[in-house]
Design a protein around this ligand. Structure first.
Ligand code: ARG
Length: 467
């Protein structure tokens, strides 16, 4: 192996000094991560810039070295962005690819960059920086989706639909109110991600391999350069902790579970049986055999993709569960689950943020469905309670009226006053005010309730909350 110390050609293996034979070709490919970790090249370069500036500050690097390194790093960033950088499996990972190329470009200064640093604290830094950026993108997409939900909820504040429990018609609700339930889910998802971003925003660099370093490093200076809020307080923890990644995947799994449930509703609602909404053609696809088909592929796929994100969470938990401190190569296996979680999450959020504002409601069908299933039965019971009947007795009276309705195929609002009075003589003409769907939803006029007035208030409130 060539381990030259004076030429600008770095050795093939940056760690080759103690080895007496070349790496087995299969092992080389098996242990490499550059195929996937090259995505973190910007973060790796940014981390190297900060580390180099810190080394200069403590006089481990001269200003000449620093300038050479910064120039070289700029050039490498450009080469990678332009697709001209030659990634090498022999150089194993993104860190050693960039470092080796740096030495090719700037010579000895390149070889000095790794002073007081290890790939262990370097990779931990890169993932944190990478996740921090991606979480910001995800939150921006959640806000876009929430904005779409608020706009649609405002348009649908008066639209009446059946509310379900057990997927049986329960009580009438407004479509706007139903949509705002998803707004609340998304709001918590964003806040969980913010929380995760705050907790992960701590600098591992300085931990070096595991025990820290003998140089008089200034970790706070490095942290400031990279906009970290603090430095990791224990070097062993700094290089081995991946709980921030687990937390991210857990947040993503919860978010995807919300989108998956929402998807399920969109699939049901756009079916001929429900027929509550129309999903515009541009979000659907057809069948290669059945000419009449229009399939809700986007929500179906989001529902399906939730499985892989849940899987990634389990992968990371399992990856970490038996690792003694500190760094173990197992950790290289964290990247693909993290990256696929990011891609799936951002793709699904984007699809939803684009699709939601385009949903068209079929108001008449929703209204008709809300009328089925005696959805104002609770309103009749509440009416009897106001007139003095204990709730349990009222429940019994209404149950009998419903049984009559089932036999005679009549909704409560379609029965005559005489028919209703057969079940209780305290029922009067004013009962019809509460038996209509409009009366039922309008009466639930408190914060968190389904009344159109409350929906409009919640929309205005929501707009403030996501500002
Ligand atoms: N590619 C490695 C990873 O992703 C970088 C750290 C390697 N450290 C080591 N001591 N082999 O975890």
């Amino acid at each position: 192996m060539s381990n030259s110390s004076d030429s600008n050609t770095p050795p093939e293996k940056l760690w080759g000094g103690r080895f007496t034979e070349p790496t087995d070709a299969f092992v080389e490919a098996f242990t490499a991560s550059v195929q996937f970790d090259q995505r973190m090249y910007r973060q790796d370069i940014e981390g190297s810039r900060a580390h180099a500036r810190m080394l200069k500050k403590i006089n481990v690097l001269t200003d000449e070295d620093l300038q050479a390194l910064l120039k070289g790093l700029d050039q490498i960033e450009q080469e990678i962005t332009d697709g001209k950088f030659e990634w090498s499996i022999a150089r194993e990972d993104v860190h050693m690819n960039i470092e080796a190329r740096l030495t090719e470009i700037v010579g000895d200064a390149g070889k000095r960059l790794h002073t007081g640093r290890s790939r262990n604290d370097q990779v931990a830094t890169d993932i944190r920086l990478y996740l921090r950026d991606q979480i910001a993108f995800a939150i921006a997409e959640i806000r876009r989706l929430q904005t779409g939900l608020l706009d649609l909820a405002e348009r649908e504040a008066n639209t009446i639909m059946p509310g379900f429990t057990h997927l049986q018609v329960a009580q009438p609700v407004t479509f706007g109110h139903h949509l705002l339930a998803w707004f609340e889910n998304m709001h918590r998802d964003a806040s969980r991600l913010q929380d995760c971003a705050r907790r992960l925003n701590v600098l591992p660099l300085g931990a070096a391999a595991l025990a820290g370093t003998t140089y008089p490093i200034d970790r706070h200076f490095t942290a400031e350069q990279l906009k970290f809020d603090d430095v990791c307080r224990n070097s062993l923890d700094a290089v081995s902790d991946r709980d921030f990644a687990i937390e991210f995947c857990a947040d993503a799994a919860i978010l995807m579970t919300h989108l998956s449930r929402f998807s399920e509703e969109l699939v049901l609602w756009s079916s001929a049986q429900f027929n509550f909404i129309n999903l515009p053609d541009r979000f659907c696809t057809g069948s290669s055999i059945m000419p009449q088909k229009k399939n809700p592929d986007v929500p179906e796929l989001v529902r399906g993709k939730t499985g892989r994100v849940n899987g990634h969470l389990i992968s990371l938990l399992t990856l970490m569960k038996s690792q003694p401190l500190a760094y173990n190569k197992d950790n290289q296996e964290d990247k693909e689950p993290i990256f696929d979680t990011i891609d799936t999450l951002l793709g699904s959020l984007r699809a939803f943020a684009d699709m939601i504002p385009a949903i068209e409601s079929k108001k008449e069908n929703m209204y008709k469905a809300a009328k089925q299933g005696f959805s104002t039965a609770t309103d009749l019971a509440d009416y009897l309670v106001v007139k003095g009947l204990p709730f349990r007795d009222a429940h019994e009276v209404v149950g009998k009226a419903v049984a009559f309705g089932v036999d005679s195929n009549k909704d409560l609002s379609e029965m005559s006053l005489e028919e209703l009075q057969k079940f209780s003589d305290i029922i009067h003409k004013d009962v019809f005010d509460v038996l209509t769907l409009e009366g039922s939803v309008a009466a639930r006029n408190h914060i968190g309730g389904t009344a159109p007035e409350q929906v409009l208030k919640a929309v205005a409130d929501g707009r403030e909350r996501i500002k």
